[in-house]
Structures are given as C-alpha cells and as structure tokens.
Design a protein around this ligand. Structure first.
Ligand code: NZQ
Ligand code: ZN
Length: 386
C-alpha cells in the first residue's frame, strides 16, 4: 500500500424522513442561498420539504442550474450571493447543482478578476463559503467530496476544480428521492459510480488488499442492485445500497494508498463539452477501448477484477482480462447504455484528433496511472470507441 493521508469532514445523514435535520445543521441566523436545478424538485415534493425545514431562516433561491453547470450562468448566482450577503448555501440536487454550489463557494471568497481562472489555472480552494447538500440523484459522489466540474460554453471547455475548502459540511442522503428519477438517470448513476470505482482500481497491483476489496465490493453491489433499482425504484433497500455505493465510490476512501487512472473521465469530459452527451454515457463510450488499448499494463488488475467481481476463473491472465472487459461492456449495455460514440452523434469522424489536439494545447501530455498516456494514445483510444 502507498503512503496516504485521509480526511473527509462531510457529515452524512442517511435515511428517509429526516429532512427537518437540515435546520439543525445550518448555523442559526444564516442567510441561506438554496440552489437547485431545472425543476424536478418542485414536482417530487423535495422543494416543499426543504423549504418547510428552512422556515426559520432567511432564504434566497437560485434555480435553473442545468446538467453540466455553466460558468456564465453561475456568475448571476455569484451576484446574488454578494448583493444579498449570503452566509450559507444549500444545494438541493445532483452532481450538477452540488458542483455549481462548490464553484460558488470558491468564487464567493475569490478576489481575482475572473473566477474562471479558478478552473483554468487549477487554483486549489483552501476555504470556501460553507454549504450543505440534499442529494436528489445518486451518481457522482459530489455530496461527499471536494471536487467540482464546470462547463464554459464560450470556450467549449469542461474543467474540474477542488480543494479542502469544498467539502460539503453535511449531506442528507434519503434513498426515497430516486423514486422520481427517469430510467436514463438511474442508469447514469449506476454507470458513473461503477466507473469511479474502476478509475481508482484498474491500474496495477500495489498489495493494497483492503482498498482493492472496497472497490470490488462497490462494483459487486452495483451489479446486484443496479438492475433492481431500474426495475423498481421504490425498493428502499436496493435504493439505499445504490445511494451509498455512489457516495462511497468517490468520497476519497478507495483512492487512498493506490495509484489512480482518471483518463476515462478526462476523455469523457471533452465528449460532453463537444456533443453534450450525459457524463456517465461518455464514460461508457471510452471504457472498453481504454482497457483494451492498455491491456498489457492493466491486465493483472483486469484479471483480478474478472475473477473476483465476475467469477471468471478459467484461462490465462490475458484471457481473463479480456473476458472481464467484455463482461463490463455487457453490464453497461444491460443498463440501456450504448458503448459506441457513433450511437450518440453522426459527426464523430474527427473526434479523436479534436480531443488529442485539445489535450496537447492544455499541456496534458501524460495521463493515467503512469502519467504517460500521450495525446496520440488518447486519439487511438477515442477512435477505437467510434
Ligand atoms: O435539473 P432537474 O430538473 O433537477 O433534473 C435533473 C437533471 O435533469 C434530474 N434529477 C435529479 N434528481 C432528480 C431528477 N429527476 C427526477 N427526480 C429526481 N430526484 O436528473 C438530471 C441530471 O442531474 P445531474 O445533477 O446533472 O446528474 P449527476 O448527478 O449525474 O451530475 C452530473 C454532473 O456531475 C459531474 C458531471 O461531469 C456532470 O456535470 N461530476 C461531478 C463529480 C464530482 N463533483 O465529484 C464527479 C463525476 O465524475 C462527474 O464528473
Ligand atoms: Zn464520473
């Protein structure tokens, strides 16, 4: 196991029927900015429950945050924070609303000219405006980590940011919120969390036995409960496991003491920036070709994953690794998610060179656990995913 430090300060309040607890988590006298998305919370009762819980606070709202939150829109919210002298934020939504709130948390205390620099120049946020979250869609783990991903339509970029100042102070995780999620979003959640476990696992062995088992158990649980929640989102036990898997897959725990990859996410974010494809689906597009392209260097872990997660016991290491990739793709497809770029856009022909050129311009010359996956390699992987 590699050396590590681990601190995750986010308090998790898990389970149904506890909305009123948010009032005791927010310091009394706070002026609260409640952030939310395109309106799902007004249809499923979450908005009413949250506003009832906040009855003793002065609350301003900023709704309409879209999937893949957009920098220029968030500048309007930043204005509200400053004009209204907001002291606390409550994000009510999924990864997009929570990430938007993290950006605002950082930007509210940033004294540079252009807050986009926080993303473009990878400025670490040591301190942010405090916030909590009410999660409405299990997927990203943003409710329990200190990262955020923000898009900029003018530059066509989708960049990440983070820092220890951006952990939510608390997150309310009520598994019943998934009842109103469309099938597409349920599938996205399973896919995103599965990919998070893979990105922090599918590298090379470092004898971190418990870390490997944590990641494998998250993947095994998702394989079990993913189809259950898609069939019946009112199944509370399955919903609870699903939600907790998503949080645990990206709250920092499983990445400790092991090398991590994240090349699939790097390529995926540009597929969203180029074509607006859902985040989780971009990962589904790239995963198979990434693992096939890097088979030689990842095959020990691929074979271990094949054995332990999929029960593939026959064959050589390479045969098990290849069978594991196939099983993974079949699982993704069983969720109703296409694994080829051409299923999402007709204009895919130049995507490989476009993404490779973007990475070169940004100086992203070596991705992956060995920091040596070049833009030329990226082009080949993306092309294999057509
Ligand atoms: O906007 P509304 O109307 O609320 O609808 C949303 C949205 O259309 C809907 N939804 C959410 N909860 C619902 C619901 N519909 C019915 N019932 C509910 N209970 O679902 C749609 C998708 O929401 P979104 O927040 O975009 O989904 P997700 O949680 O998958 O977040 C995706 C974003 O997170 C980023 C992605 O890149 C993307 O921008 N990520 C953030 C990460 C992080 N901070 O750690 C890591 C991830 O890898 C990812 O990059
Ligand atoms: Zn993700």
């Amino acid at each position: 196991m590699l050396n590590f430090e681990f601190k995750n300060p986010t308090k998790i309040i898990f389970g149904q029927g506890q909305m009123e607890k948010i009032a005791t988590e927010i310091p009394s006298g706070s002026k609260v900015l409640m952030t939310y998305g395109g309106g799902s919370i007004k249809k499923n009762g979450i908005y009413d429950a949250v506003t009832a819980a906040l009855k003793d606070f002065e609350v301003v709202e900023f709704g309409g945050i879209p999937a893949n939150p957009e920098y220029h829109q968030l500048l309007d919210a930043l204005k509200v924070i400053k004009e209204e002298q907001v002291t606390y934020m409550l994000a009510v939504g999924g990864g997009s609303v929570i990430d938007a709130t993290k950006f605002l948390s950082s930007a509210a205390l940033y004294d540079g000219e252009e807050p986009w620099d926080i993303l473009a120049n990878k400025i670490r946020t040591e301190e942010g405006l405090p916030f909590g979250t009410v999660l409405t869609i299990p997927a990203t783990g943003s409710e329990s980590n200190s990262g955020a991903v923000i898009s900029n339509h003018k530059t066509g970029e989708k960049f990440s940011m983070g820092g220890p100042g951006l952990f939510p102070q608390f997150s309310l995780l009520d598994p019943t919120v998934i009842r109103s999620l469309p099938e597409r979003q349920l599938a996205n959640g399973v896919m995103d969390a599965f990919s998070h476990a893979l990105e922090q696992y599918m590298t090379y062995p470092v004898k971190a036995g418990l870390q490997d088992r944590f990641a494998e158990s998250i993947m095994q649980t998702l394989i079990e409960v993913g189809p259950q929640v898609m069939k019946d989102p009112t199944d509370y036990d399955a919903a609870g496991d699903f939600m907790w898997c998503c949080t645990m897959a990206l709250n920092g725990l499983i990445q400790k003491g092991v090398p991590t990859d994240w090349a699939i996410h790097a390529m995926g974010h540009d597929l969203t920036a180029l074509y607006g494809i859902d985040h989780a689906r971009t990962l589904a597009i790239v995963a198979g070709s990434h693992y096939r392209y890097n088979l030689d260097r990842k095959k020990a872990k691929l074979a271990q994953y094949g054995e332990r997660v999929w029960g593939i016991m026959d064959g050589t290491t390479e045969e098990k690794a290849l069978a594991a990739i196939k099983k993974t793709e079949e699982f993704i497809q069983s969720l109703g998610i296409d694994t080829h770029l051409s299923a999402y856009t007709d204009k895919y022909e130049n995507t490989a060179t476009e993404i490779a050129d973007r990475f070169t311009t940004r100086g992203w010359m070596g991705l992956g656990e060995h920091k040596d996956l070049s833009p030329a390699d990226v082009a080949k992987i993306v092309e294999m995913a057509y």
